[in-house]
Design a protein around this ligand. Structure first.
Ligand code: HAM
Length: 425
């Protein structure tokens, strides 16, 4: 028989208890913050209809899909949660009370090239608001992200949020290049999103590729890339058409973020467009201040996604915040907690004659809500004490022949070493 590989598939993780404790700690913070903003948790299957993910704008995420045919069905592991969420909203579109505020913590799968903080599966905290067109929704979501970063122990200066609006870029480009080919905008954003990764020249080449999805004349492709380096809202305003609604929206968003005390932690950045085709409005990404890691989280407004899936239009905005980059950042800053196992007590019956008394005591303690490990099998006292110490338990209950005869267990406090008798149930 061939021996199985003990490592999980490359880019995926096993979670042993000590790792799962840290993961649960992170998820608890996410859940607490989401609930404090009035969001309700939802979930969906990890296997979805592959067609839900098959968009044609040249996004990397589409090529990274884990997909397969099974009984004539084309299925895929979810690469992100937003398409499932759209499907769920669409299924109940007539009966939902808007706006809805839902959060989720799905595991997502992408066959990605591995770098620090990027893997082939990750857990992603999502918060989404559906049915609200105003930037108040964006402000709430961005405030929730910072609330989570604060709760995790990061200092305000550790993370910066960069904010832009695809609608602003679209308005600015519409008169110049997009008037006769509006469909080129989504693929244009997908290409522009690669700026940091492949550099300006390569972005211009791709925008100007006559066989590509955008096919801009080269000088116009260069102009489009130049727009990404404008360095403030004032300069963006000079490029935008008069009375730009997108610009007004961005200004309002920055004002609202000021109300949340976040003005110093956010900045306009014209180069943030995000790599997913469905965004239509405000887009945002948070990065560590040193810029040594990939995006901590990212999101934006996607008011037309439901239409592209055949539903009625509903405005929507949300974000995804993965577990991988934040864990790297917290580890770099020494902020990942050492979490002991959470065990209240060990019950140790010395031998077969005391086993029943031990079982009844464990049952009684568990009924009081305590976490109790019952020692199984024949174990020496020394070994049981050492194991109890290592387990992080607070107490051990010893039941030997003498204790049983007296109707008690000897209860030792494992921190102070103090002992006392406790009556057996
Ligand atoms: P995304 O930018 O593709 O957006 O992913 C959001 C976050 O998920 C990233 O910023 C990162 O924290 C994490 N992430 C993504 N891919 C990986 C990976 N391969 N390894 C580790 N972490 C990763 C979305 O997925 C959108 N659906 C988010 C959204 C929700 N927009 C609106 N609502």
């Amino acid at each position: 028989m061939t021996k199985i590989q003990t490592q999980p598939p490359r880019g995926t993780r096993d979670f042993y208890p000590e790792e799962l404790r840290v993961r649960s700690w992170l998820f608890d913070h996410w859940r607490t913050v989401a609930r404090s903003f009035g969001f309700e948790e939802v979930d969906a299957p990890i296997v979805e209809h592959a067609e839900l993910y098959q968009r044609k704008a040249g996004e990397e995420i589409v090529d990274q899909l884990y997909h397969f045919e099974l009984h004539d069905r084309h299925l895929a592991l979810r690469s992100e949660f937003t398409p499932s969420l759209a499907r769920m909203v669409m299924a109940r579109q007539g009966g939902l009370r808007w706006p809805i505020r839902w959060f989720s913590i799905p595991q997502c799968w992408r066959y990605e090239r591995m770098t620090r903080g990027r893997r082939r599966e990750h857990y992603q905290w999502n918060m989404d608001v559906w049915g609200e067109a105003g930037v108040g929704a964006e402000a709430e979501l961005i405030a929730a992200i910072f609330a989570a970063l604060d709760a995790l122990g990061l200092a305000p200066a550790d993370v910066r949020m960069r904010i832009n609006s695809r609608a602003l870029l679209e308005e600015t480009l519409r008169d110049r290049f997009l008037a006769d080919r509006p469909d080129a905008f989504a693929p244009l954003c997908v290409i522009i999103d690669k700026l940091d990764k492949i550099g300006a020249d390569a972005v211009v080449d791709q925008l100007a590729d006559p066989a590509g999805p955008v096919g801009l004349p080269r000088p116009e492709a260069k102009d489009a890339v130049a727009l990404l380096s404008v360095s403030g809202l004032e300069e963006a305003e000079r490029n935008a058409p008069a009375g730009s609604a997108a610009l007004a929206g961005l200004r309002e968003l920055f004002d609202r973020l000021d109300d949340y005390g976040l003005a110093d932690r956010v900045a306009f950045d014209a180069s943030v467009v995000r790599g997913l085709a469905y965004y239509t409005g405000v887009v945002f990404e948070a990065f560590d201040a040193e810029g040594s890691l990939r995006a901590i989280c990212g999101g934006g407004r996607y008011d037309r996604l439901l239409e592209t899936l055949g539903g009625k239009p509903v405005p929507a905005v949300g974000f995804g915040f993965g577990d991988a980059v934040i864990t790297e950042l917290l580890a770099d800053k020494g902020l990942l907690p050492e979490l002991p196992r959470d065990l209240d007590a060990v019950v140790f019956p010395f031998g077969a004659d005391e086993r029943r008394a031990g079982t009844l005591l464990a049952r009684a303690l568990r009924a009081q809500g305590r976490s109790v490990e019952l020692v199984l099998g024949e174990v020496k006292l020394k070994r049981a004490l050492a194991d109890a110490d290592r387990s992080g338990a607070r107490q051990i209950f010893l039941i030997g022949p003498d204790e049983q005869a007296r109707g008690v267990a000897r209860c030792r406090d494992l921190t102070t070493g103090e002992e006392r008798d406790e009556p057996l149930p």
